[in-house]
Design a binder for this molecule. Structure first.
Ligand code: NAG
Ligand code: NAG
Ligand code: NAG
Ligand code: NAG
Ligand code: NAG
Ligand code: NAG
Ligand code: NAG
Length: 495
């Protein structure tokens, strides 16, 4: 009798709570859980837009420890600390939770201080039309024309903060000069643009470069069709994140894409200029570091100076040596661990008046030098490349621009004047360096020594072994005759 009574109470509670819950959910769905802001609509501090599948949230936040500053941002819903984009980086709302994001009549997003009515941030479109803003499941906030083809008027992916998400571009539009690059936060709790920048360098062959102020700190090496020359490990996770460099008239850009089933991942440029690829582990709810750059001393830009060659496995020589045919500009400086002065040619080139006696020495397995001042021809063959470099006395080196076809590669990149930022890497490329004829004679002498010395050594070893054998045989012979003598003696004694 007791039991059913007891059971009835929770049911009654549920019956009472359920409609309340439903009403609450419906209300919050209308005010909060939408992914779209229609023309004239707004969200205030405390309200959010949530993308259709819930991956991303747009709303107001304060960085840890700075409650007085309010920013409008987009974050990864499962990990609100993972802020992927910030609108008003330079202009936080101070001491107020009266911020309002509205989409004005002509498709402009505007962030207002609801108290003073002042605009602290707005989107900038070249064309205006009545529009709707929608937060997509990629993390992109897109403003689309309401009528017609629904053209994109503005999107947050075109204005990256410090984070690159799948589908975002790092690069530029050569026609408009518009650039997509990452800018670090000033501090972990200050989204204001910091000192460090990561951009695609489109001069020569495209490569990704990290800058600190005006100083180049790290480069990935040129795109070789499959990966950035200095980051061969990109190939090892290409089943999860495909990498692509697009070269078109209106776009030169690096894009990564996540394949189905890949963990959610983001590339973040830290305040000190370190770029990390982080991947979300939903089970343990942590971000794992998937890859990081720079990785080691040899990644420091121009670590060994002009014509220097960095090798992480040679700590004993302070990682730096000179490319074959070159020696330290200032040996005393070099021994004082200042290798940045670089290397210079041991023997001047012999080139001019349309003739040359120079040749090319191959340096194998390297991240190709900075291609900023290079001449690139993607359609040339490597043989044509060699001929062109040979014919131009300013050309100090050449290499294949693209390794997709296998073999020695195709396409042509030619360096003028000097080479900088070369290091050994796994699966590195071949670099052909111009040297004076006499350097090859030296190399040949070295080669001769390399071949002849081991032969001499083996001959000597063989001779020694034979002599030893002969000696042993002789000894054995003597021992045998001695034994026979003793036996004979014994026999003699017995009889
Ligand atoms: C935001 O929208 C509400 C109606 O949804 C309106 O009452 C309010 O005035 C709007 N605020 C601003 C600042 O536009
Ligand atoms: C915000 O409030 C704090 C404490 O009330 C005050 O010290 C600070 O000056 C205020 N900042 C602004 C920008 O009003
Ligand atoms: C909007 O863009 C134009 C040209 O692209 C630029 O001249 C102008 O300063 C920008 N305005 C704002 C508020 O960013
Ligand atoms: C990224 O992958 C999705 C499917 O996984 C595809 O629809 C989309 O076109 C790809 N984007 C790029 C830029 O490759
Ligand atoms: C080029 O030719 C001129 C005249 O024929 C000669 O004086 C000069 O030394 C030559 N230069 C080289 C680098 O061979
Ligand atoms: C490219 O040329 C510019 C101008 O001559 C020079 O300042 C820069 O150091 C060169 N860069 C490289 C990598 O050779
Ligand atoms: C050598 O190459 C440089 C750079 O591309 C070019 O300016 C120069 O005219 C070339 N010289 C010759 C003789 O082709």
């Amino acid at each position: 009798m007791e039991a059913p009574t007891i059971n009835r109470f929770p049911n009654q509670h549920l019956a009472m709570i359920f409609p309340v819950l439903l009403i609450f959910l419906r209300a919050s769905a209308a005010a909060v859980a939408s992914d779209t802001l229609n023309t004239g609509g707004n969200i205030t501090d405390g309200e959010t837009l949530v993308s259709a599948a819930g991956s991303f949230t747009l709303g107001f936040f304060s960085p840890t420890g700075v409650p007085a500053k309010r920013y409008l941002g987009i974050w990864f819903t499962a990990s609100p600390d993972a802020v992927c984009w910030v609108a008003n980086r330079d202009t936080p709302l101070s001491n107020t939770t009266s911020g309002v994001l509205e989409i004005a009549a002509m498709g402009i997003l505007r962030l207002l201080d609801g108290g003073s009515g002042q605009t602290t941030w707005s989107s900038n479109t070249t064309r205006s039309a009545p529009a709707v803003a929608q937060l997509l499941d990629t993390g992109n906030l897109v403003v689309r024309e309401q009528s017609g083809g629904g053209d994109v008027l503005w999107q947050s992916f075109d204005h990256p903060s410090n984070t690159l998400l799948a589908g975002m571009r790092l690069g530029m539009d050569p026609q408009t000069g518009a650039e997509w690059s990452l800018t670090s936060w000033r501090a972990p709790n200050d989204p204001a643009p910091g000192d460090c920048r990561r951009a695609l360098d489109t001069r020569g062959l495209p490569d990704c470069v990290s800058w600190q102020g005006g100083v180049k700190k790290y480069r990935t090496g040129p795109w070789n069709g499959l990966w950035f020359s200095g980051v061969p490990e990109m190939a090892s996770y290409s089943e999860l994140f495909s990498n692509e460099v697009v070269v078109r008239a209106d776009e030169v850009a690096y894009i990564f894409n996540a394949t189905a089933g890949a963990p959610f991942s983001r590339l973040v440029l830290s305040e000190v200029g370190v770029l990390q690829r982080l991947a979300w582990d939903p089970a343990s709810r942590v971000w794992n570091i998937f890859a990081q750059a720079p990785r080691d001393v040899c990644d420091d830009y121009a670590m060994c100076g002009a014509f220097g060659l960095c090798n992480v496995n040679t700590a004993s020589t302070l990682f730096c040596s000179c490319i074959a045919g070159f020696g330290p500009v200032n040996p005393s400086q070099w021994s004082m661990r200042e290798s940045g002065g670089g290397c210079r040619r041991n023997v001047p080139l012999e080139c001019g008046n349309g003739t040359t006696t120079d040749g090319f020495m191959v340096v194998r397995g390297v991240k190709l030098p900075d291609t900023d001042n290079t001449t690139v021809d993607r359609s040339a063959t490597l043989d044509q490349c060699r001929a062109r470099c040979f014919a131009n006395c300013s050309c100090v080196a050449y290499a294949a621009a693209d390794i997709r076809g296998g073999g020695a590669g195709s396409g042509c990149v030619m360096w003028m004047n000097y080479l900088v930022d070369v290091r050994y890497v796994d699966k590195g490329q071949d670099l052909y360096v111009r040297l004076a004829k006499s350097e090859f004679a030296k190399e040949k002498r070295m080669d001769v020594a390399r071949i002849v010395l081991p032969i001499l050594a083996s001959v000597l070893a063989l001779t020694a072994a034979c002599l030893y054998l002969v000696w042993i045989c002789r000894l054995r012979g003597k021992a045998t005759s001695l034994f026979r003598m003793i036996r004979n003696n014994n026999t003699n004694r017995r009889y």
